[in-house]
Design a protein around this ligand. Structure first.
Ligand code: SF4
Ligand code: SF4
Ligand code: FES
Length: 359
């Protein structure tokens, strides 16, 4: 099937939305409530485009593409709509951008700047109820919430947990839990996905906030592999390069964008929040070998490996290869686990090799 986007023919398959088809030709359409992993709801109206023959602008994230459609994503009418929409959203946001995004980018301000929305339409009083929550990771700022429900839908459709919900009605609509309980007293798994999908930062991370960390724009993202299990989820370590006496410090962990890696934008509680061990003072930072007195002493990697190899060979010579056993870890990558079994079987000639995830 075929349709036209801004005068250009594009092929598409049944079931694709206008937004998906338009992105194939690089059309830039702002979105707030859209997430490729979630069922579309068409709630925020930021993605409206023109479809030939339709009196109204249509939500491209929701509307399915149809054969022969003629779609326009940029013209005066759409620009007017975007200016008005983001100006209205701004009236229900904090006074300044600094207040509205202490740590994470607030896309309302991004889009308002991009589409040159008027910033002087006044401010509405925030009447959404605040909610105290003693959980250590997820912070909620009702003032910046736009009720797009991405967090709620993520929790429901991806996590299958339904710990949070839209509560109250009209302009009081906010995000809450059953009886406003702390997330710790709900089914919440502390995956932090609600933080990740939130377009405004209303759902935010507590640790960087309490530690007064730099804004994410000033952090460097370093791609890494999570070492908490063998799935191999990809992470982005958000590093403040100047912190820790210039040695650098991980300020938070995020996922690479949806669709790019095996974890598809998702992380679990360990991958997302258990990063403070990286700079923990108890952490080993150099190899140690035991001296004659039984105590550990720092040494070089060459020496440590030589001592280990001699020790293992000595045991094999005295008691036979099967007196050795090799245990690797699900915290290692698949390649590292492969190398451990290779070392065991090919070098030390024993099949006594195991990995904790195998049990
Ligand atoms: S942290 Fe995860 S499980 Fe908890 S409310 Fe957010 S999305 Fe749901
Ligand atoms: S907290 Fe964020 S994701 Fe959830 S409804 Fe509010 S703005 Fe949307
Ligand atoms: S992104 Fe389409 S209506 Fe929100």
């Amino acid at each position: 099937m075929k349709l036209k986007v801004n005068g250009q023919f594009v092929n598409f398959s049944e079931g694709e939305t206008i937004l998906e088809v338009a992105s194939k030709v690089g059309a830039e359409i702002p979105t707030l409530c859209h997430d490729a992993r979630l069922n579309p709801v068409g709630a925020c109206r930021s993605c409206l485009v023109e479809v030939e023959g339709s009196r109204r602008l249509v939500p491209s994230c929701y509307q399915k593409a149809e054969d022969g459609m003629e779609i326009t994503t940029e013209n005066d009418r759409i620009e007017r709509h975007r200016k008005t929409l983001f100006a209205l959203y701004l009236t229900d946001q904090p006074e300044t951008r600094e207040q509205a995004e202490p740590h994470k980018t607030n896309e309302i301000f991004e889009f308002a700047e991009r589409y040159e929305a008027p910033q002087n339409w006044g401010k509405m009083e925030n009447i959404r109820e605040d909610r105290e929550d003693r959980n250590p990771y997820v912070n909620f700022e009702p003032e910046t919430c736009i009720s797009c429900a991405r967090c709620v839908r993520y929790c429901d459709e991806i996590e299958g947990v339904s710990a949070i919900t839209l509560a109250d009605r009209g302009s009081k609509t906010t995000i809450s839990t059953v009886d406003s309980l702390s997330l710790l007293d709900t089914t919440c798994e502390m995956c932090g996905g609600c933080i990740d999908v939130c377009p405004t930062g209303a759902m935010g991370e507590k640790i960087p906030l309490t530690k007064n960390a730099k804004h994410e724009r000033e952090l460097e993202k370093v791609r890494s592999t999570c070492n908490f299990c063998g799935v191999g989820c990809q992470l982005e370590l958000n590093v403040d390069k100047e912190a820790n006496d210039g040695k650098g410090q991980v300020v938070k962990v995020t996922s690479p964008p949806v669709g790019e890696t095996t974890n598809d934008g998702n992380l679990c509680v360990k991958g997302r929040f258990a990063y403070e061990f990286i700079n923990h003072e108890d952490r080993l930072t150099e190899p140690l070998v035991r001296g004659e007195d039984g105590q550990f002493y720092p040494t070089t990697w060459e020496n440590a490996l030589e001592v280990a190899a001699k020790g293992l060979l000595g045991v094999a010579e005295r008691h036979g290869a099967d007196s050795l056993g090799f245990v690797s870890s699900s915290r290692c990558t698949m390649e590292e686990n492969y190398l451990v079994q290779k070392l065991s079987r090919a070098v030390f000639k024993t099949n006594n090799v195991h990995q904790c995830a195998a049990t």
